[in-house]
Design a protein around this ligand. Structure first.
Ligand SMILES: [Zn+2]
Length: 323
């Protein structure tokens, strides 16, 4: 799902200063492609970095790249997807019973009905947005902010970062940051990066029965956790990409209520009063959240009626990287 090979580079990016500009979609690179590193914008961003502080790690191939034998990964490297090594990533909410609710890959037209459902249930979430979708759905991004959700980065083109050079990673992060900044005035500081395990259900051959099985498994997992939450909360990942995943997300709320979990944004569950680099007053933590406004329901409510054959399974223990 993510990797931290370039954590140092991310940390350095934080020190650069962005300014809100007027949004012009035509000024951004082609969507769904790794942005070129020869543009004036990327050259300028790279100038602000000291690559002497950035380790040089091998660039892998494949989409997603396959994990090598663990013994072949040098001890100075952390490849979360392969090793689940925590490094300095956020993997859980610190407080038992708290549920960090996150959505990847949007905004898309499918995000709009999801926002309506979240509002109806008095639930706030973190949206990890793709730059390529942000520039095509600027109004939906604005609605996410207006509704009080937390916006974070999910790269520009959704390429696994372990297959990109440090310069390309900078371009992926900074173009996405600029898009959100130009549209909302917010400078993101949290990111999760696609590497693999992003989808547990296959786009090409997922059946409705498999989706139903996944939903039931999730509900069971949540209830098992809620019965004995131990010392920490959880974070899950969903996708606001396809109708069926929105349907999936809607069916999370009865599961939340049944499990008596408290859904929060990542910023809220971390009690982070400054969820953005430049605007600490935006989307402050809501420690007094009332939680979902839904009634407990049986797991039968988790059956999927949509015939669309792509869905994402929420993954417990999602790792997030704070920039
Ligand atoms: Zn993704």
């Amino acid at each position: 799902m993510k990797t931290v090979l370039s954590t140092v580079a991310f940390a350095i990016i934080v020190s650069t200063v962005a300014a809100q500009g007027q949004f012009n979609a035509a000024a951004f690179p082609p969507v769904n492609e790794v942005p070129p590193i020869t543009s004036n914008e990327v050259k300028e961003w790279l100038k602000g970095l000291n690559f002497a502080d950035v380790p040089t790690f091998p660039v892998h191939t494949g989409n997603p790249p396959q994990c090598p034998a663990i013994t072949q990964i040098p001890p100075n490297q952390c490849w979360w997807t392969c090793q689940t090594c925590p490094a300095d990533d956020i993997e859980v909410c610190p407080k038992p019973g708290d549920w960090g609710l996150t959505f990847d890959d949007g905004p898309t037209p499918q995000t709009t009905p999801l926002l309506q459902t979240l509002k109806a249930n008095n639930v706030k979430a973190t949206f990890f947005v793709m730059g390529s979708n942000v520039v095509r759905n600027a109004e939906i991004l604005k609605q996410e902010v207006a509704d009080g959700h937390h916006i974070a980065s999910h790269t520009w083109s959704h390429h696994p970062l372990t297959t990109l050079s440090n310069e390309q990673i900078v371009a992926e992060i900074k173009w996405t940051e600029k898009a959100v900044m130009d549209i909302t005035g917010l400078q993101m500081k949290t990111s999760d990066a696609y590497d693999s395990k992003d989808f547990n259900l296959n786009a090409a051959g997922t059946t409705e029965a498999q989706i139903g099985t996944a939903l039931t498994k999730l509900a069971t997992t949540l209830n098992t956790y809620a019965a004995n939450p131990g010392t920490k909360g959880i974070i899950t990942l969903q996708h606001d990409l396809y109708n069926v995943t929105i349907d999936f997300a809607k069916r999370l709320f009865p599961a939340i209520a049944q499990a008596k979990l408290k859904p929060l944004t990542i910023a809220q569950c971390l009690n982070d009063a400054t969820p953005y680099q430049n605007s600490p007053s935006v989307a402050p933590p809501s420690t007094g959240s009332k939680g979902p406004n839904v009634k407990p329901n049986s797991t039968s409510a988790l059956s999927v009626s949509s015939s669309v054959m792509m869905a994402a399974l929420a993954l417990l223990g999602t790792a997030l990287a704070t920039l």
